[in-house]
Design a binder for this molecule. Structure first.
Ligand SMILES: CSC[C@H]1O[C@@H](n2cnc3c(O)ncnc32)[C@H](O)[C@@H]1O
Ligand SMILES: [Zn+2]
Length: 447
């Protein structure tokens, strides 16, 4: 090979000696396996192979580590991270109207950017490599905030929320800006970030705003992200205002004509599940937020049996109160067992598949991430179980990943083949600075 060819050839790295949990459709696990990453992509995953090592530039020995795809958080609000600890123990409606929205009107670009960085820092260090987020654009420079998100190295969709609040002119401006933002950043940060069209809900958006949202999504070939059927109150409210429950109301307005992710889906009947399946609407399941706000428990077993795509999600940290997807996925599994009084519901393979591949498919990123397979992006995390008492005995590792592991067990995180967390230190975010700025900003906000 002549020198210029060597320079052009993409760098190849082999990761060896780990146990690889691929989370692919066959749920393959390779003990003492090997994964080759060329540039951002996985080119090989399987058992150790000398032939595969021939033209490798670098070998990384992950002896004793467990490797799995990065987790996919399908519904969050990182800009709200400053509100952690604010508004505990309240029902959704008073929580939003009396606590959260009044606070959000005081948000600045600095609050939003530092919140976003702290939220992503927590996500990355607890193993989330992809997220789908809705942010309230009120009072902030959303261009600055998405640039801050881009610098962290995370993958995902960051969506500008549409509300029908304020004067008619303000509502029109919100729609115009949402469209502009979703177009401008449809492909951003080396293709790691994209956008969706995000009307907040059927109760905060007029039918006109919902129809306009559907139009923006269609014109720009974008997905829709919206809160739906979170509480009984919401069902009664929408039914009394429009004569239909939220799912049918949104469907009639054309919202589901584009691929849609609905957050929550706590209160659904058989007819609605059939409609969601028919329109390929996906559900982001937020078990801890739903419990904390006293909203209820989504029937995930029925959703999955109806063939609906489901992902796991945290929601914001004012209603959670963390971004730990290991804890969230475990809670999702335990709740279905408890509700059905059947411990066979939601076993480790189902739950972990939803937290990874299923979540990626739900948010339209299933071709590029969510499992360790050749041709997918190299988004993966490592756990070193040997010095962790709660992961011993080591043998039943798959079980431990659901029933025993925590976000803080994650050692290293790679996105697009690049290391973003190394031995629990984030390489893309100044951790101490972000935490101290967040404390200063929250003190100021609450004064
Ligand atoms: C941060 S942008 C979106 C908007 O949504 C509000 N919000 C946060 N969590 C929930 C929830 O569980 N249901 C409905 N709305 C929620 C948040 O305060 C923002 O204003
Ligand atoms: Zn939400």
């Amino acid at each position: 090979m002549i020198r210029s060819d060597v320079a052009k050839r993409k760098r190849k790295t082999a990761y060896i000696n780990a146990t690889f949990f691929t989370m692919d459709k066959e749920n393959r696990v390779f003990e003492n396996g090997m994964m080759i990453v060329q540039d951002q992509f996985i080119t090989y995953i399987g058992s150790h192979s000398k032939e595969q090592l021939v033209d490798v530039d670098q070998v990384v020995d992950l002896a004793g580590k467990w490797v799995m795809p990065g987790l996919v958080n399908t519904h969050s609000h990182i800009v709200m991270t400053i509100l952690r600890g604010i508004g505990d123990d309240m029902l959704l409606k008073p929580w939003l109207e009396k606590k959260i929205w009044p606070m959000e009107t005081q948000f600045t670009t600095e609050i939003a950017s530092v919140s976003a960085k702290l939220g992503i820092l927590e996500m990355l260090k607890s193993g989330t490599t992809t997220f789908s987020d809705m942010f309230n654009p009120n009072g902030i420079d959303s261009d600055d905030v998405i640039h801050a998100v881009g610098e962290t190295g995370i993958r995902g969709a960051f969506s500008y929320t549409i509300f029908s609040f304020g004067t008619e002119e303000e509502q029109k401006m919100n729609l115009r800006e949402a469209e502009q933002f979703s177009r401008n950043y449809k492909t951003f940060a080396d293709g790691r970030l994209t956008t969706m069209v995000a009307p907040h809900s059927a109760y905060t958006c007029t039918p006109d705003a919902l129809t306009a949202s559907a139009g923006i999504a269609k014109d720009n070939n974008l997905m829709v992200h919206i809160h739906v059927s979170e509480t009984n109150d919401e069902i009664m409210d929408i039914e009394s205002r429009y004569g239909f429950r939220p799912v049918e109301h949104l469907c009639r307005l054309g919202l589901f004509d584009q691929p849609t992710v609905m957050a929550h889906g706590v209160v659904l009947n058989d007819e609605e599940r059939a409609m969601l399946k028919q329109y390929d609407v996906r559900v982001a399941h937020n078990p801890i937020s739903n419990l904390k706000l006293g909203s209820g428990i989504a029937d995930i077993v029925r959703l999955l049996n109806s063939g609906i795509k489901v992902g796991i999600a945290t929601d914001g940290v004012s209603s959670n109160n963390n971004f730990d997807m290991f804890e969230e996925t475990r809670t999702a599994s335990l709740l279905q067992k408890g509700v059905y009084k059947d411990p066979t519901k939601f076993p480790a393979q189902t739950a972990l598949a939803l937290a990874t591949r299923g979540g990626a498919e739900a948010i339209g990123m299933g071709k590029s991430t969510g499992s360790l397979e050749a041709a997918k992006k190299a988004d993966f995390i490592t756990i070193y179980p040997y010095d962790k008492e709660h992961l011993h005995p080591l043998r039943e590792a798959y079980s431990h990943l659901l029933y025993a592991a925590r976000g803080s067990d994650v050692a290293d995180v790679y996105i697009d083949g690049k290391m973003v967390v190394k031995d629990r230190s984030c390489l893309t975010i100044d951790e101490e600075k972000v935490m101290s700025e967040m404390n200063r900003l929250q003190e100021k906000l609450l004064k």
